[in-house]
Design a protein around this ligand. Structure first.
Ligand code: HEM
Length: 136
C-alpha cells in the first residue's frame, strides 16, 4: 500500500515545477499585460523609433509581447508568434533603436511599480535576442 501511494505521488507530481517567480514579480497576468501595453504605447510615441512601427497593428503587437513576456518569465502562456530573427529582419534595426526600446520597456515597468532588480531579470532574458533583432 505504501509503495502504491508513493508511486501515485510521483506520477501526480510534475517532473519539474516551473519557476514562475519572475512572472509573479512582474504582477502576473495583469502586470505583464499592462507592461506590454505600456511598452507599445511608448514606442508608438517615441520619436527615435516610431517610424519603424508604422505598418504594425499596435493591438497585435501588444498581444504578441504579452504572450512572449508571460512565457519567458515562467507564466502560463505560450508564445506562438514569429521568430525574433524573421519578424525583425526587414526593419534595419540598429543599436540605438534597440536601446530606445529597452528604455521604453523600463519606463513601462516603472509605471507598473516593478522594482529595478525585477526589471533587470526580464531584461537579462531579452538581451540574447539582440543578435536576432539588430541587423545593422
Ligand atoms: C529584445 C527586444 C525585442 C523583443 C523581445 C521584441 C519582440 C517582438 C515580438 C514578440 C514581435 C511580434 C512578432 C510576431 O509574432 O510577428 C515583434 C515585432 C516587431 N518588433 Fe520587436 N522586439 C524587440 C526589439 C525590437 C526593436 C528594437 C524594434 C525597433 C525599434 C522592434 C520593432 C518591431 C516591429 C516594427 C515589429 C512588427 C513587425 C511586423 O509588423 O511584422 N522590435 N517584436
Amino acid at each position: 500500500m505504501a509503495v502504491l501511494l508513493a508511486l501515485l505521488m510521483v506520477l501526480a507530481t510534475p517532473a519539474r515545477a516551473a519557476d514562475d517567480s519572475l512572472f509573479r514579480a512582474l504582477g502576473g497576468e495583469a502586470g505583464v499585460a499592462a507592461i506590454s501595453a505600456g511598452l507599445v504605447e511608448r514606442v508608438y510615441a517615441d520619436e527615435r523609433i516610431k517610424h519603424l512601427f508604422q505598418e504594425t497593428n499596435p493591438r497585435f503587437l501588444t498581444e504578441q509581447l504579452r504572450k512572449q513576456f508571460c512565457e519567458l518569465s515562467g507564466g502560463p502562456c505560450k508564445y506562438d508568434g514569429e521568430t525574433m530573427k524573421k519578424s525583425h529582419a526587414a526593419l534595419g534595426i540598429n543599436k540605438a533603436h534597440f536601446n530606445a526600446l529597452v528604455e521604453d520597456l523600463q519606463l513601462a515597468m516603472d509605471a507598473q511599480g516593478v522594482p529595478f532588480a525585477t526589471q533587470n531579470r526580464l531584461l537579462a532574458l531579452l538581451a540574447p535576442m539582440y543578435r536576432d533583432v539588430v541587423t545593422r
